[in-house]
Design a protein around this ligand. Sequence first.
Ligand SMILES: N[C@@H]1[C@@H](O)[C@H](O)[C@@H](COP(=O)(O)O)O[C@@H]1O
Length: 260
Amino acid sequence: MEVVILSGNKQIGALAADAIEALLVRKPNAVLGLATGSSPLPVYDELARRHQESGLDFSQAHAFALDEYVGLEPGHPESYREVIRREFTDRVNIDPANVHSPDGAAEDLPAACQAYEDTMRELGGVDLQILGVGTDGHIGFNEPGSSLASRTRIKTLIEQTRKDNARFFKSIDDVPHHVVTQGLGTIMDARHVVLIATGAQKAQAVRDFVEGPVAAICAASVLQMHPHATILIDEAAASSLKLADYYRHTYDNKPKWQTI
Ligand SMILES: N[C@@H]1[C@@H](O)[C@H](O)[C@@H](COP(=O)(O)O)O[C@@H]1O
């Protein structure tokens, strides 16, 4: 796990975008894993800027969203399918047919979850997965207690997550209780994982998943077992880390040729 402490959103967005740009140059038909939430927005803004200003090309790329609410009517502005479209994919030249989301409106949800896993596998798996983290350490919607080997499935949200996400809805009563999410095992199959966390409200979750034990109580801690996980955080999110100075020292002395 590489922890990179940066001064702000712009730096985080630029570094993550560098990794995605290098991937797309190397492999134009790369498979990207997309997350919702406010944390990845600087990355999407920077990628959209590079697309508009320098022609960064997504025409052959594929994308898979991490998760989706269950029970929102199709086209609901807060469904993650819509959020991903609005915040990112409509702003670059990715083919809409290549943008996949779990189907939270499927009649047979377990079958839809299996089909989602199958499509990911058929396309060769995710090359680079963008992640945020919940205040309880969830990634995707893998709440505490999620199996570290889980695959795409239905989950029930913890009350705190519903409260955290109520800001996107008229009231907390409108936040669904159920979701479908890629599992922790699914996320672990991505070849490179880039997790972004900013702000003091994430400091405890960051401390727990980076430096605490690997345990289902903090889902993101499974990333300690990932061969290529990059954690991009700002100073506020880094404020509870024991080894913050060591992470800074390591990054400052990284050979120039070595990317994240
Ligand atoms: N399912 C999403 C997660 O993928 C996201 O990481 C989390 C944090 O969101 P934010 O980045 O807005 O704090 O919110 C939701 O619960």
